[in-house]
Write a protein that binds this ligand. Structure first.
Ligand code: ZN
Length: 232
């Protein structure tokens, strides 16, 4: 099994990455986590820098993976830096927490509307899950609400590296890894749930001895083996 950490854009203010992740299993399944920032879609705010050729489809092409080769897209959540290109993967099965899907479709959270054209697309197949779920052997979805309801993180069990916990926006930076003292960011909708999820992921990482990959951490990203390299 291989895990690719793929930068598709950069947050202008912090230099932090906007990543997607590709898991290639030994059985030949391609699992993409998130679809990244929608640089071509009108109406998005401009704090993200994306070079031409850094979009998810181009990055995957660099690995010889076409959109039709992606079997699953795990949706951490539908914020515009994570769900901007769902419609580029019409043959994939999209896996999202039911609570998040319901929240997004209720139109109660304005920022989830920003790339609705990408994720609320009639041709896309969604599978709704409730809480922690094994997607395929070695890939587990971990419910981590708080940043937004029904956010999910992903635990990947790699043969050499060991377990890797993709925290995504449940813990966007190492500086937010301590549940008691962590900063609550403007986009974290529920402080109590955010702290509870941070605590839960910290426990999971400790119990599993997992490497935690934070969602948008500039400093950590520099030390990680990123695209086109991979963790195995
Ligand atoms: Zn994010």
């Amino acid at each position: 099994m291989r895990l690719y950490l793929i930068p598709v854009a950069e947050i202008a203010a912090t230099g932090g990455p906007v990543p997607v992740y590709l898991i290639r299993t030994d059985e030949g399944a391609n699992v993409l986590v998130d679809t990244g920032y929608a640089r071509d879609r009108a109406g998005l705010p401009g704090p993200v820098k994306a070079e031409p050729g850094a979009d998810v489809v181009s990055r995957l092409a660099g690995l010889g993976v076409r959109p039709d080769d992606v079997h699953y897209v795990v949706c951490s959540h539908f914020d515009p830096d994570h769900a901007g290109n769902h419609d580029a993967f019409p043959s994939a099965e999209f896996v999202v927490q039911r609570r998040h899907d319901e929240l997004a479709r209720s139109r109660a959270v304005p920022r989830l509307e920003m790339c609705r054209a990408s994720w609320d697309h009639p041709g896309l197949k969604y599978s709704l899950v409730d809480g922690d779920t094994e997607l395929v052997p070695g890939v587990e979805l971990v419910e981590s609400s708080g940043h937004v309801e029904g956010h999910q993180s992903v635990l990947v069990r790699l043969p050499e590296t060991g377990p890797v916990l993709l925290a995504v926006d449940a813990v966007p930076e190492q500086a937010a890894a301590d549940p008691a003292t962590r900063r609550i960011y403007p986009f974290d909708l529920d402080e109590q749930a955010t702290r509870a999820s941070t605590a839960r992921l910290a426990r999971l990482a400790r119990d599993e001895k997992a490497l935690v990959v934070y969602g948008h951490d500039a400093r950590q990203w520099r030390d990680l083996r990123t695209w086109p390299g991979y963790l195995s």
